[in-house]
Design a protein around this ligand. Structure first.
Ligand code: ADP
Length: 154
């Protein structure tokens, strides 16, 4: 099924000049870019976004790292996009992520791990509402769509 998912290019990605490298991977895979914007995150928004980490000792540090520079928030769409993007991203700790994954290729850190990616379709729907207004997400047919999927796959 066609799904939308949220990707955040973290401050470390902007500071390290990796924005092009990372967005290229999603583009080459065949995901459709449905929305993209640069923003500075706030402590309030991050407390909501990372609520599942609120009891962790590194909660504030993780939020601070996400506010250290602007981020780029992206919405990608594709069949099973949530799982596809998580697979491309790799596990949380970049040191142990497999080569070929984004974190495996670009990160040496548990925290400074290049991207955030929604972990389920339910979370993706909530997160996309948190970061995008409806008019900031765009519907258009990918010119390559018929060459990306068989017609029984979507
Ligand atoms: P993921 O981003 O892989 O879905 P989580 O939702 O568990 O992982 O954590 C959110 C973010 O918090 C991670 O991407 C990472 O930046 C940071 N984080 C998680 N666990 C740790 C940890 N043990 N030490 C430092 N930072 C962490």
């Amino acid at each position: 099924m066609l799904e939308k998912t949220l990707v955040i290019l973290k401050p470390c990605t902007l500071q390290r000049g990796l924005v092009g490298e990372i967005t290229r991977r999603f583009e080459r895979k065949g995901l459709r870019l449905a929305g993209m914007k640069m923003m500075h995150l706030t402590d309030e928004l991050l407390s909501e976004h990372y609520a599942h980490l609120s009891a962790k000792p590194f909660f504030q540090r993780v939020k601070d790292a996400m506010m250290a520079a602007p981020v780029i928030v992206c919405c990608y769409e594709g069949v099973d996009a949530v799982q596809t993007v998580r697979t491309l991203t790799g596990p949380t700790n970049g040191r142990f992520a497999a080569p070929g994954t984004i974190r495996g290729d670009y990160s040496m850190s548990f925290q400074e791990n290049i991207v955030h990616a929604s972990d389920s379709p339910e979370t993706a729907a909530i997160e996309l509402k948190r970061f995008f207004k409806p008019e900031e997400l765009f519907e258009y047919k990918q010119a390559t769509f018929d060459y990306l999927y068989a017609n029984d796959e979507y």
